[in-house]
Design a binder for this molecule. Sequence first.
Ligand code: IVH
Length: 670
Amino acid sequence: MQEEQRIKELRRTLHEHNHRYYVLAAPTIADREFDALLSELVLLESARPDLFDPNSPSQRVGGGFTDQFEKVSHSRPMLSLANSYSREEVEEWADRIHRESAGETSFTCELKYDGVAIALQYEQRRLVRALTRGDGTVGEDITKNVRTIRSIPLSLPESAPEKVEVRGEIILPFAAFEALNSKKKEKGEKLFANPRNTAAGSLKLQDSGEVAKRGLDCFLYDIQLETPDQWGVQGHSDGVHAAVQWGFKTPLVLSRAFEVAQNVDEVMAFLAHWDSARHGLPFAIDGVVLKVDQHSQRKTLGSTAKAPRWALAFKFETEQGLTRLLRIAYQIGRTGAVTPVAHLEPVPIAGTTVQKASLHNADQIAMLDIREGDMVRVEKGGEIIPKVVGVVLEDRPQDSMPHVYATACPDCQTPLVRAEDEARHYCPNAAGCPEQIKGRIEHFASRRAMNIDGLGSEGVEQLWSAGLIRDVADLYQLEMSALLTLDRMGEKRAGNLLAGIEASKQIPFERVLFGLGIRHVGETVAKRLARHFGSLESLIEASEEALLELDVVGPVIAEAVVDWFAQEANRARVEGLKNSGLQFQVVELEDTSVSQVLAGKSFVVSGVFSVPRDELKRMVEQHGGRLLGGVSGKTDYLLAGDKMGPSKREKAERLKVTVLSEAEFRVLLS
Ligand code: IVH
């Protein structure tokens, strides 16, 4: 009995300290003391499994696995927001609200967090469910993962309502994002693109123990009570103040991040403040959200199918930085493609320091007349690589000279070539250019191909410099004794690397094929080729005509595949890999199909979605649809997410391909 009392007491105390630390940022005990109390709780709980509680503070470290996230309907749809991009639009919106609402209108002003929406349901003051937005009507239950986010209360105090749904945004602060990426860099793995995608990906991990380590945080933006009057909540601002008392992390913990504006001037002052203050925030925002405060007025205004009329998002302009272009260098990709790269004086943009930016190609450099020594404008969109978008001509140094584009490969000195209809230059020395070979090995080892842990760009560089590898096939001949002669290569790291290489022998044929880096053979094409031909032998035998039978294969791909296998060196390479035990045959998989509603339809999936893109691709296949690599006359649907390039959309429109949003796609499935 005493044990039970102590467990309860510890849970209460730890919840409280957790709240002080993660919500209020005002801890009252040392980390060590907290850890001691937590250890005591874990010990007691292990002796009393009958008292298990999924909302115990001990569960914050995660540990549970979720195989498949259950689909659950939302209590009310999770709508999106109408966007605006100028102050005039905001004024027009506010004017309309004034015209259509009775009495004075006040607006709440808050930040538009750039993260992932979440609905948190509490019953009997305990967190019972956390749902993603999904298509707005049906979300996915990710409760286990959400429980690990320290700023989300798992239980509410007695003073709180028994039942409440709180919605908010899960974000990954810059510091946590950078910590994750520096670990990835150390391991030589591909870096995460941006905090938002990383947050979304983290929430869909199967291992909640891993989620717990990511450093996610959450701000709430909506409180839904069954009987708001009972709690004195007449408007959004009342709800937010009440939520603070109930232990939630609200924007009130930040200075000026939640304000009630009585008129448009006050709204504008808020916009002006955050237009510059956003650069100092520890997490990403992509705008500001304005909402009519009073619930009664919101009711009158109502909603469209997509978004409420009482709210408006104001989006800031894409973040730009101004800095000096020190040098133009060139990168050679694994296909020989040359990318000019701007080396910049370090400049902070959107929360990270930028030192390199893409210059696209020779035409772009010529068009903008970009020169070394220029002051340039650098823009950071949703992608990881910033771009140089302009030159400040007034600040050009007097002695500056137009840039002369490289004529030879900076690595192997082979003269560069450029096909007439292509914007890019290429190094044609595929077999001998070290940069290309290293790039191919790196691609082969990458997560989506052979997934060899610890073999990113730095790992490959190290093995290459030591002369241990000259081709992918050499990886399978590596020995412990040779690895141990390398710098920073102890038995542990070497053992991990060899284990990763050994494990890669089980990777299915389609990924091996993708890993070979045949030009134009991406994941989708590799998968289809593997399934269609079944084995390496049949694929080697295949003629261009046989290849063209696949709808994902056009003449360019067919020629590339036949050419690749016609080369003696490539034949020898795959032979070597086969002898090392890699998979060159399709193994029949279990049927994972869910329905056939998309049978006979072909899809191209592009852009950023509420869930990882791979998941949408899997859904297409599970419902009988086929995936294509690019938009063509054979495409039925283009499933378009955010930040999809405009050229894809234009092409789809030209070819009369139906463009679907994620929500429309989900409707199609249901
Ligand atoms: S209110 C019905 N407030 O933006 C209105 N949304 O574009 C519901 N978001 O899916 C949204 N910060 O994930 C609201 N302060 C904020 C927000 C916010 C970020 C996200 C939210 C929503 C998306 C809509």
